[in-house]
Design a protein around this ligand. Structure first.
Ligand SMILES: Nc1ncnc2c1ncn2[C@@H]1O[C@H](COP(=O)(O)OP(=O)(O)O)[C@@H](O)[C@H]1O
Ligand SMILES: Cc1cn([C@H]2C[C@H](O)[C@@H](COP(=O)(O)O)O2)c(=O)[nH]c1=O
Length: 226
């Protein structure tokens, strides 16, 4: 049975990598896929992973109708055995409904990848609709970690490393962007609630020690747990 599957996780947990692996494994067996993305950091029409892999993709415009797009491709003699959509949190709810029709009416598997919640812990409308309609929800297995070592479950938006809670829902950006105006950091809920990023907590692990190590000095105590 063809399926609509929503793979979700925090930023930087390997979603795009998995999307590219699924594409690789299926195309290696002669299957033909259509790859879509929206607002990937690598630029228009690219699906990119932090591991360095990039694939060409159809950029999803606001008015793109997935069902019509696939039907047109098939009618023109193209082949589509599966559809991959990255950055699916940016889809409109109606576009998610079109994906469900691709599965039900055209018999094509659809694999969507995205973050569930925004920097204010609210569901993106596209992710919400995916959770409502998907045949299967998959949580990524390789968890990203909060600076404290706990599993990161939430995405924080940062300015100069400090968490902000005001702003537009969509601002394209990356983790580890301390120098940039807007960046992101993944946190456990405990630290997201308290707006404690690595910078505001003064966590040592992310800032390399620039001082010479004194052999005679006793090892530094671990930072206090906040
Ligand atoms: N230099 C590296 N060596 C090994 N793994 C890496 C490296 N850089 C990134 N990764 C892996 O890539 C993951 C991010 O992959 P990506 O597909 O870009 O994430 P997402 O799409 O979820 O934001 C990280 O969680 C980490 O596991
Ligand atoms: C939390 C949050 C994220 N975004 C943006 C930032 C990135 O461009 C993408 C997520 O990409 P990834 O491949 O999962 O790392 O989403 C946003 O616009 N608004 C937010 O609240």
């Amino acid at each position: 049975m063809p399926e609509l599957v929503f793979f979700s996780g925090t930023m930087d947990c390997g979603k795009s990598t998995l999307a590219l692996q699924i594409e690789h494994n299926r195309s290696a067996r002669g299957l033909g896929g259509m790859i879509f993305t929206r607002d990937d950091r690598a630029g228009e029409g690219k699906l990119s992973s932090r591991l360095g892999l990039v694939a060409e993709a159809v950029e999803v415009a606001e008015d793109l109708n997935f069902q019509q797009h696939v039907v047109r491709h098939l009618t023109a003699g193209g082949r589509t055995d599966y559809v991959i959509v990255d950055e699916a949190q940016f889809l409109a709810p109606e576009q998610v409904e079109q994906l469900a029709r691709v599965v039900d009416e055209l018999g094509i598997d659809v694999y969507a990848f995205g973050i569930a919640t925004d920097f204010r812990t609210r569901l993106f409308p596209g992710s919400q609709r995916l959770m409502e309609l998907a045949d299967r929800l998959e949580t990524l297995q390789v968890e990203a970690l909060c600076w404290c070592g706990a599993r990161a479950t939430h995405n924080a938006r940062t300015v100069d490393g400090r968490m902000v809670v005001e702003g537009a829902q969509v601002v394209v950006g990356d983790v580890g962007e301390l120098g940039r105006e807007v960046g992101y950091e993944v946190l456990c809920r405990r630290h997201h609630r308290r707006r404690l990023t690595a910078v505001s907590a003064g966590a040592g692990a992310l800032s390399p020690d620039v001082l010479p190590v004194d052999e005679a000095a006793p090892p530094a105590a671990p930072p206090p747990r906040r």
